[in-house]
Design a protein around this ligand. Structure first.
Ligand code: ADP
Length: 728
């Protein structure tokens, strides 16, 4: 077909060159006519049509009128001028390369050598228009390779399409915007919800800060959901939570952890029935219970808070917290109150028992004193009988004195810090003294009192001799008191251990074959006023204070005191003490002894404000052969000493409580005298102020010894003899 059309165009071309009248024959005229008809057909085609060579300059062989119209060209000449009569000149230079490549590509791939491209052209009026190009590649025998192409102006269509697409894009953009707005709105709402949720959580956290494990429980569904689990209380519940059912979980928790004493209470209070009932009346309640984890007891509090309505209780929150401190505090408080109460009660009991014992124990010697005094008064001539009554009075007085001394001693010990003396003494001597002192009492009961002071190397020790003497005397005295006639009391002393720095440990064992002590009573034996039997029952006098004082002293010495006893067989008291030792002979208080001489030459100054006492003391001292001078108070004593020649007075017996100047002050003044001989005169306190502190203060003020009032003449003589040996 295209070959035919090309041939028709050729015919027309050739006939235009020569005169048609001359050359044309009839046949020729027909051909030309047909060619014209073909050309006219092509020219009049409504769409643009053109043919161009596929090689070289791509010269346009034919272009129809419609194509010329597209380019706004009136003649072919104008078209040729505009396009250079080539396909390359026809296409907009910017699109050319791409268009040619696309055509080549399509032809290569197309089975029918067809292509479709769109490109821009520049019209004669300069307007840029879009063309649609449907091309067909043809190999022509007559004209070589050609393209014939149908084109149409697609500018409007394209613009329409573009505007439609733009409208669509706009529409979809609007939709997208709408959607975006919706998403944003949704995001905003979500954020608010999240914030509210967070705030709610914070409120829950804040309110539940005290509870380290928190659970949500729904009783209707029997569900338990942990909200927070702590290592403190949660780990105990954690294993049980696998059950997920509240009732099972609580049961297995109670079985595993809850302390047996609290088990039933816990299960009862945490039962759904009880919870429903309680929460219908109150918003919240709690219980405390104990958990034993194998090593320690923990105190836990569980609080239950209703989160639903109170008419039909079903949901609640359960918070656990350890409350060891609070409960312990509460329990301790309770214990303290209970203890105080029981102490008050037992103190009251002890006091009552003590008072009734005391009144008995005091009345007995007082009775004797009164009784024997009456008898003595009634006796007119029998001096021996009077003497015997007076002896009885003396024994009872001593008993009474001992009782008063013990009570005062104990109350002093309990109320103040007692300082122990550090003096050097010989332990063996001390023990011998104790036994000698106790011997008459033992002999009276036919008791064999023996002392075994086994191989000791360090008998010279430092310590408070008087206090140890007191301790041993109390124990030996008890041994004698609580042993029947014919029994035995033995004092065994052993050097147990020698420690570095000249320290040595001694054990004092005082055993008796007496009545023994009940096991139950042994626990209380060192407590004040405790006696297994009162004086009426036992017939033995005592206040139940001796062992208390002994233990007190031993404690203060840093030692121990223990007792072992079998009822009916006897008792054994063991005292263990540590002493600092120094070998050698003890000197007499370090004081200069007065040089030997006749006792009648020894003058004593008695400083005493009480006239009767002054008289008694003067008489008794004179009975020792001493010359006695007196002073009514401390200042007179100071005056007398300072005015006397050194050695004029051999010793001063100094009362402590005196008007104008007391004994301590007077002693301090004398000790400051310039004359060393006068200043070092022996001064012995003779005072009713006989407690530990008084003795210490006497020593501190510079006195050499202390003798308590009422005094025993022998004892006083013994003390004086340390300074005036001639009186012995
Ligand atoms: P007291 O002897 O004045 O009653 P103590 O404090 O010395 O007070 O002793 C307390 C109690 O201990 C005595 O009442 C007595 O019951 C018991 N006791 C002490 N020593 C002995 C002992 N060697 N044998 C038996 N009982 C003793």
């Amino acid at each position: 077909m295209i070959e035919y059309m090309l041939s028709q165009l050729n015919i027309l071309e050739n006939n235009e060159e020569e005169s048609p009248i001359l050359k044309s024959s009839l046949m020729e005229a027909d051909k030309i006519h047909i060619a014209h008809e073909v050309k006219r057909f092509m020219d009049e085609m409504p769409g643009g049509f053109f043919i161009y060579h596929a090689d070289g300059n791509e010269e346009i062989i034919y272009a129809n009128k419609a194509l010329l119209r597209i380019f706004m060209c009136d003649t072919m000449k104008e078209f040729r001028q505009l396009t250079g009569n080539s396909f390359r000149g026809l296409v907009h230079p910017e699109d050319l390369e791409e268009v040619e490549e696309s055509i080549r590509d399509q032809i290569d791939k197309s089975q029918y050598d067809l292509d479709y491209v769109e490109y821009r052209i520049i019209r004669k009026d300069g307007a840029i228009r879009w063309l649609e190009d449907y091309g067909h590649f043809v190999r022509s025998k007559s004209s070589g390779d050609i393209f014939y192409v149908f084109v149409g102006d697609s500018t409007e269509k394209r613009e329409r399409l573009l505007s439609e697409r733009a409208a669509l894009v706009y529409q979809s953009m609007a939709k997208e915007q709408e959607l975006q707005a919706l998403v944003e709105q949704y995001d905003k709402e979500l954020k608010i919800i999240r914030q509210e949720h967070l705030q709610r959580l914070e409120v829950i956290e804040g309110l539940s800060i005290n509870y380290d494990s928190i659970f949500y429980v729904n009783l209707d569904t029997d569900k338990i959901i942990p909200y927070r689990l702590s290592s403190q209380t949660g780990n105990l519940l954690e294993a049980n939570l696998r059950e997920k059912k509240f009732s099972q979980c609580i049961q297995s928790y109670a079985d595993t952890w809850v302390y047996s004493e609290d088990y039933h209470m816990f299960l009862q209070v945490i039962s759904p029935k009880e919870i429903r009932e309680k929460l219908s009346k109150t918003k919240t309640f709690y219980i405390n219970y104990r958990v034993f984890n194998g090593t320690e007891m923990q105190y836990i509090q569980v609080r239950i808070v209703n989160t639903g309505n109170s008419d039909n209780v079903s949901q609640f929150v359960m918070g656990f917290q350890r409350v060891d401190k609070e409960i312990q505090y509460e329990m301790e408080k309770k214990k303290v109150v209970e203890e105080a109460l029981s102490r008050a009660q037992s103190a009251n009991n002890v006091k009552n028992a003590f008072l009734s014992n005391m009144s008995h124990d005091m009345r007995t010697p007082l009775n004797a004193i009164f009784g024997f005094t009456t008898l003595a008064k009634m006796e007119s001539g029998d001096r021996e009988a009077v003497q015997s009554y007076l002896d009885q009075i003396e024994v009872s007085s001593r008993q009474l004195l001992r009782l008063i001394d013990d009570i005062l001693e104990l109350s002093w010990m309990e109320s103040a810090q007692v300082d122990l003396l550090e003096e050097q003494y010989n332990l063996q001597d001390l023990l011998q003294d104790v036994c000698n002192e106790m011997m008459p009492q033992a002999q009276e009961k036919g008791i064999v009192l023996s002392l075994n002071f086994a191989d000791t190397k360090h008998s010279s020790v430092y310590g408070d001799r008087a206090r140890l003497n007191q301790v041993l005397k109390y124990i030996v005295n008890n041994g004698i008191k609580y042993t029947e006639y014919g029994g035995k009391v033995t004092v065994d002393v052993t050097e147990k251990e020698v420690l570095p720095n000249n320290y040595v440990v001694y054990e004092f064992k005082i055993s008796d074959t007496g009545i023994g002590i009940e096991k139950e009573f042994l626990k209380h034996i060192f407590e004040p006023f405790e006696r297994e039997k009162n004086s009426t029952l036992s017939g033995i006098h005592g206040a139940g204070l001796g062992l208390t004082i002994a233990k007190n002293i031993v404690d203060r010495m840093g030692g121990t005191i223990g007792v072992h006893s079998v009822v009916g067989q006897g008792s054994q008291f063991t005292v263990i003490l540590r002493f600092q030792t120094e070998e050698g002979v003890m000197s007499c208080s370090g004081q200069d002894k007065i040089s030997a001489g006749k006792v009648e030459n020894r003058r004593i100054l008695v400083a005493e404000d009480n006239e009767i006492n002054r008289e008694i003391e003067t008489e008794l001292l004179e009975s020792l052969g001493l010359v006695v001078d007196t002073a009514e108070d401390g200042s007179i004593a100071v005056e007398k000493i300072s005015g006397a020649a050194p050695g004029y007075y051999s010793l001063v017996l100094m009362d402590i409580q005196m008007p104008i100047m007391d004994g301590y002050q007077a002693t301090r003044t004398i000790r400051r005298f310039q004359d060393p001989k006068l200043a070092s005169i022996p001064i012995v306190a003779l005072s009713a102020n006989a407690m530990e502190k008084d003795i210490r203060m006497a020593h501190e003020s510079g006195m050499n010894a202390h003798v308590a009032k009422p005094f025993d003449l022998d004892n006083l003589a013994e003390v004086i003899s340390k300074f005036i040996p001639e009186i012995q």
